[in-house]
Write a protein that binds this ligand. Structure first.
Ligand SMILES: Cc1ncc(COP(=O)(O)O)c(C=O)c1O
Length: 408
């Protein structure tokens, strides 16, 4: 979360004063309105606001019909939640290499595709877009689905399309560490009505938005007409199934409506600062990370070195404030204990790695199964950016990077 202030406070106060914190039947329709505004900004037909990025991924996979017997290709560099979302729906994560863009390698995706592959999950890590043209091409060729994990890349774009809007389903996170935030939250994005309906059922116990609930709410408040406000819920056509509960509150809806208005300004300031720094250090002899598109969120500057020793020296130089992704704990597949140890559920009999439908699928995991990923993550240095840096702070960063580069 970069920016928040009085506007969020006033939005919360409005909901607080109304005493209507529940999304259904509330006066201000904060959650409904946020969903519409988010869908509009991201360029998709449907957006669903729910408890977090992990449940957004789970709801997205459920939306696409992924389950036991299916493999989902995920990159070896992503927060563990991407892979856990796959096991949560009873499917098997197949771990693929990244390339020097820090994103999943399309070449390795092709190598990992099997007759059991149901979906690919490209993850736009630290705001850097994946090669979505190639990924969509591969998916189409093999008739498989794409779920974009854009949890770390809210608002970023690839060829002018917002990240999370290109695949069949996308997931965003609004947790405290993300670009815009209400503390905890997430969203599913899609153009598929079926995927949206199924995601709604999953996140809402399979019942709340159905006609009987709408009838109940109407009976309590004659003037309330939920279907007038959001008619899509009256048109659901998929058979309902047992879901869970991850609805959002009006308070978070109110905060996110303000945060969404801030999004493009935050990204513009990050990108402006990043460009000034990149231009000023371009001749220092160090190499920028390759990118698949200029629409990255600019939350980070990325550099790549020939070896880990040089990368560490640079990262640790005075004022650079760099870090090596190999040190980022559960963002590296070797640290995904529940996956590596094949403990895919709380109960042994629901463990996807033990389900009959999954026997013979590709879960022969080992620490060295993605050597390129480990090599690249050890040679990259990420420098976190801030949209509110002053001109002076930007100059200090430039000077630190240039000094560190010269000393290598
Ligand atoms: C790439 C990625 N995917 C998924 C998630 C999960 O999001 P949340 O913490 O909102 O559940 C995160 C969160 O850090 C993430 O970075």
């Amino acid at each position: 979360m970069y920016r928040f202030g009085d506007e969020e406070l006033q939005a919360v106060k409005r909901v607080f004063d109304s005493k209507e914190f529940y999304r259904v039947g509330s006066r201000y329709q904060e959650v409904d309105n946020f969903e519409k505004e988010l869908a509009d900004k991201m360029g998709v037909d449907y957006a669903l606001f729910l408890g977090g990025g992990t449940i957004a991924l789970i709801a997205g996979l459920i939306g696409l019909g992924v389950g036991p017997g299916d493999e989902v290709i995920v990159p070896g560099y992503t927060f563990m939640a991407s892979a856990l979302a796959v096991t949560a729906v009873g499917a098997i994560p197949v771990i693929a290499e990244i390339d020097e863009t820090l994103a999943i390698s399309p070449d390795d995706i092709e190598k990992k595709i099997s007759p059991n592959t149901k979906a690919i999950m490209p993850v736009h890590m630290i705001g850097f877009p994946c090669d979505m043209d190639r990924i969509m091409e591969i998916a189409e060729k093999h008739n498989i689905l794409v779920i974009e994990d854009a949890c770390q890349a809210v608002g970023g774009s690839y060829k002018s399309k917002r990240l999370g809007s290109i695949g069949h389903v996308g997931a965003l996170s609004f947790n405290y560490f993300k670009i815009i935030s209400c503390g905890e939250g997430g969203a599913v994005l899609t153009n598929s009505k079926d995927a949206f309906e199924r995601a709604v059922y999953l996140h809402d116990g399979g019942s709340v938005f159905r006609q009987d609930y709408i009838g109940l709410a109407k009976a309590q408040n004659e003037e309330f007409s939920y279907t007038d406000i959001n008619p899509i819920y009256s048109e659901f056509r998929n058979p309902v199934f047992a879901g869970i509960q991850s609805r959002q509150s009006e308070i978070n809806g109110a905060i996110m409506r303000v945060q969404l208005k801030r999004l493009d300004g935050i990204l513009a300031d990050l990108r402006r600062a990043k460009k000034v720094i990149m231009d000023a250090v371009a001749d220092s002899g160090i190499q920028f990370l390759k990118t698949n598109d200029e629409g990255d969120c600019a939350t980070h500057l990325g550099f790549i070195f020939d070896d880990e020793k040089t990368a560490r020296r640079f990262a640790e130089s005075q004022g650079v404030g760099g870090s090596l992704p190999i040190d980022s704990g559960r963002h590296v597949y070797t640290n995904w204990e529940p996956i590596m140890n094949k403990r895919g559920s709380a109960h042994d009999r629901t463990n996807p790695f033990k389900l009959e439908a999954n026997q013979g699928l590709n879960f022969n995991y080992s620490e060295d199964m993605c050597p390129d990923t480990l090599d690249i993550l050890s040679r990259v240095v990420c420098v976190a950016m801030n949209p509110d840096w002053t001109g002076e702070e930007i100059q200090e960063k430039i000077s630190s990077i240039n000094t560190a580069a010269k000393a290598l």
